[in-house]
Design a protein around this ligand. Sequence first.
Ligand SMILES: [Zn+2]
Length: 460
Amino acid sequence: MDDHQREIPGGGLFIRRGLIEEVGPMSELPKTADEVLDLKGHVVLPGLVNTHHHFYQTLTRAVPAAQDANLFNWLKTLYPIWARLTPHDIFTSTQTALAELALSGCTTASDHLYLFPNGSKLDDEIAAASEIGLRIHASRGSMSLGESKGGLPPDSVVDDEDSILKDSQRLIEKYHDPKLGSMVQIVLAPCSPFSVTTDLMKQSAKLAREYGVHLHTHLAETEDEEQFCLQKFGHRPVGYMQEVDWVGDDVWFAHAVWVNDEEIKVFAKHNCGVAHCPTSNMRLASGIAPIKEYRKAGVNVGLGVDGSASNDGSHLLAEVRNAMLLSRVKEGITGFSSSESPSPSGRGVRGEGEGQGVRALMTAREALYLGTRGGAAVLGRKDIGSLAPGKCADFFAVNLNKLGFAGMHDPVSAIVFGQPVNADYTVVGGKFIVKEGQLVTVDEHKLVEKHNKAAKRLLS
Ligand SMILES: [Zn+2]
C-alpha cells in the first residue's frame, strides 16, 4: 500500500522506536535486531483502519426484537436498552470491540459514542483503549433532538447543548494528540440529522475548527432520513450539511448511501470523506453506497464495521471482503457501462443486448486499499495505512498455511477472496497486540465472561 503499491515476495520490515525504518527484500535489510520475528509463509499487510464503529453495541448484538428491523425501528427498539449503560459497560464493551478488531488485523479504530447515560464518559472508552493498545479516534458523539422536539430518540437519552459543548472542549484539551504516531485523537460527532439540533451541528463545527479536530456524523444512511431532512430542514441530507457548514477535508460521513451525482461532486469538491459500512448496510437493508462513483470523483473512502448491533461483529477483514462483494452486487444490478476499461484481475461482461462494454470490478487489492490507505486518508492521517519508511510500525500478518487458503494462487487476494480469518500477528507501533493468534494485552476468556454478564444485566 505504499505509493508504488509494491508487493515484495520474501520481504521484511526493520522497525525502530515504533516506526518503520526500512522495507524491502530480506537481503537488503539489517542482519541483526533486538528481536526478530520470522513470518515465513505469512502475508504481511499494513494494519487495517476502522473508520466507523459504536463499541458499546457489542452488548446488544442479535437482540431478538431488533434482528429484522430497518434503521429507525432498530434504533427505537434499542434506545431504551442503551439508556441503561453504565461507565463500566462502556469500558468492557470497548475492550471487547477492540480485541475483536485487533484479531481481524485492525490497528487504528474510530469509535462514535453518542450516549452518556448514568455518568458514562468518553474517558471510560479512552482508558479501555489504552489498555488494549490500539490507536483510537474517539468521537465525542451527542444527541440533543429528543422526541418532544421532533427527533427520533426518546428524551431520556438526549443531553442539553451547553453540557455537550463543554464536555467536548474538555475532552479535546485533555486527550487530543495530533502528532506523528498519535494514539488518541478526539473527534466531534453529533449523531445524525434526526437526533441533533441545527444549532448543535453549527456549534460543534465551530468548536472543532477552533481546535483543529475532525467532524463526523451519520449521513444519508437510509431513505427515511432523506424524508426526515426534507420535511424538517427543507434540504436533502447533503444540502443540510452544506447549510450547517459541515463540508471540508476535516469532515467524514458514515454510510452516505443515498446521494445523487451532484452530492458526490459536493463531497469531492470539499474533500469530505466517507466511511463505507457494507455489512451494516446489508444487515439493516439500508442500501448500497456508490463507492465506485465516489472513487471516480476522487472522494476518500474508508471502511467501517459500524456498531456491533448492526453487523453483529467487529471483523474488519470481513468488511474488506464484503466491500468487494457488495460493490459487485451493485455492478450486477445497475449494469455494466461501456466506458470503463477492463481490469486484468476482475472483469464483468454485460448482459446480451446491453452494449459492448466490460467494466472493472472492485478488486481484492482495491478493497484492501479502502481498508488501509483509504481509511487513513478519511481520518486525516499520513502516518498510518501503508508499510513505508517513516510510517508507524502498524501491521498484521496472516499465516497462509491453513485449510481455507489451500490452493490459493495469489497470497494478497487470498485473504480477501478466502473466508475471513483472524490475524496471527497484529502489531501497533512495534508492540504486539496479537501474537501467534492470541491476544496479548487482555485476557480474552475473562473479558468474554465479564462482557456476557454486563450484556445479560442490560436486557434483564
Ligand atoms: Zn453508525
